[in-house]
Design a protein around this ligand. Structure first.
Ligand SMILES: Cc1cc2nc3c(=O)[nH]c(=O)nc-3n(C[C@H](O)[C@H](O)[C@H](O)COP(=O)(O)O)c2cc1C
Length: 387
């Protein structure tokens, strides 16, 4: 096996193991995928301005959030269908997060149920809610509460599913269909195919037992669409139903962040869903400083984070926690739970390295003064760049 020394190496290993249409589902963004590239470009525009001649021999990566300290400011983002990448993928991700003392966010569209993950993983579990139907949402929230989940994340950037052209081209939909192309894809990726044949393909585990007698809910589920009527009144309703920490994911403006706080939420997750929803969208890192200035509540961020240095940039701009999506999935798809563990270890090592190189002993010392943010290139300059 080739050396795996950064997240990109795990990405290549994941691409080798997964059938094309499965890798494309993991990787793909909306539209032309300019949003995905923009997330990386916006992070790359931020450079470090190190401070010298400081004693950085002892360094501390721990960071506070919600009245506790995490060993590093990292959590695994909610992702649907993780069982497609590795058998019991949600459990593998959750266990790796727990071993490292980090939160794992279970998606509404998970392939292990709320209860199974809570029973089998001894770590900090958060639950992510998609509102397909109000009654269904309430059932899911009550199940998460009963199972001991500590934080609820309401995702608000999927009013409808993004147009992901890779999935359209591959005719990717559940259950996976068996076209001649898909058969060839499977045969040429035998490691994935053999494990899928042995362990079966994942299902949406949180929906298997619900509401068989509730025809409205069943119709909403069958339509595979979110409840696009869900609005600020819906958030007020959810605040009443969920008694613990509540975060809203998919926020991209200071005005919306402040409004969330007025509705009694405990924080926001700045996110463009990793470029999977609205293609030509701002990168969350571009709005972070404004949002931080506008609220004292928790500000979490994701989309495009692949290196420990990216995490350091977000913390310097005032984020409380960074979520990783694909970075964790590359580890999972390449080597299962061990791969996720290794990716977390790499991010930790790179974050520690960045701290030392910029002249900080702790993340609390990291500030805007350590950054230089280059202006965004004008579109005409982008066009004239050599390809
Ligand atoms: C395969 C995949 C499935 C996802 N499913 C969900 C989901 O079910 N719920 C959700 O809120 N976000 C979902 N997301 C978005 C992630 O939570 C996160 O916002 C995004 O992956 C961050 O960008 P990154 O992948 O560049 O780290 C998904 C992302 C991926 C890659």
């Amino acid at each position: 096996m080739s050396l795996l020394i950064n997240v990109d190496d795990y990405r290549l290993a994941a691409r080798r193991r997964l059938p094309r249409r499965v890798f494309d589902y993991l990787e793909g963004g909306a539209g032309s995928e300019s949003g995905m590239a923009h997330n990386r470009a916006a992070l790359a525009r931020i450079r470090f301005r190190p401070k010298r001649l400081l004693d950085v021999s002892a360094r501390d990566l721990s960071h506070p959030i919600f009245h506790k300290r995490l060993p590093m400011p990292l959590a695994i983002a909610p992702m649907g269908l993780n069982g497609l990448f590795w058998p019991e993928g949600d459990l593998a991700l959750a266990r790796a997060a727990a071993r490292n003392g980090l939160p794992f966010v279970l998606s509404t569209a998970a392939s292990s149920s709320i209860e199974d993950v809570a029973r089998q993983v001894d770590g900090e579990l958060w639950f992510q809610l998609y509102v397909v139907h109000r009654r269904l949402a309430e059932q899911l929230v009550r199940r998460a509460l009963a199972a001991g989940y500590t934080t609820l994340i309401l995702t608000v950037d999927v009013v409808k599913n993004g147009i992901r052209e890779r999935d359209l081209r591959n005719r990717f939909r559940l259950p996976l269909s068996m076209t001649p192309g898909a058969l060839w894809d499977g045969l040429t990726h035998p490691r994935w195919t053999i494990s899928a044949m042995r362990r079966g393909l994942p299902r949406l585990a949180n929906f298997t037992e619900v509401a068989a007698d509730d025809l409205d809910v069943q119709a909403a589920l069958l339509s595979r669409n979110m409840d696009a009527t869900f609005d600020w009144d819906g958030l007020a309703w959810l605040r009443d139903v969920w008694p613990h920490q509540l975060l809203v994911k998919g926020i991209l403006s200071a005005a919306d962040a402040v409004r969330c706080m007025r509705y009694g939420t405990d924080g926001v997750v700045l996110s463009n869903h990793g470029g999977r929803q609205l293609d030509e969208c701002l990168a969350p890192i571009e709005v972070l400083a404004d949002v931080r200035a506008a609220t004292r509540a928790a500000v979490l961020i994701d989309s495009g984070f692949r290196r420990g240095s990216d995490i350091a940039k977000a913390i310097a701009l005032g984020a409380d926690l960074v979520l990783v999506g694909r970075a964790a999935l590359y580890g999972l798809a390449a080597r299962g739970e061990r791969g996720v563990d290794e990716v977390i270890g790499l991010l930790r090592e790179q974050l520690d390295d960045t701290l030392a190189q910029v002249g900080c002993r702790s993340l609390a010392e990291l500030s805007r003064e350590h950054l230089h943010i280059a202006p965004a290139p004008l579109p005409s300059m982008v066009e004239s760049l050599p390809s």
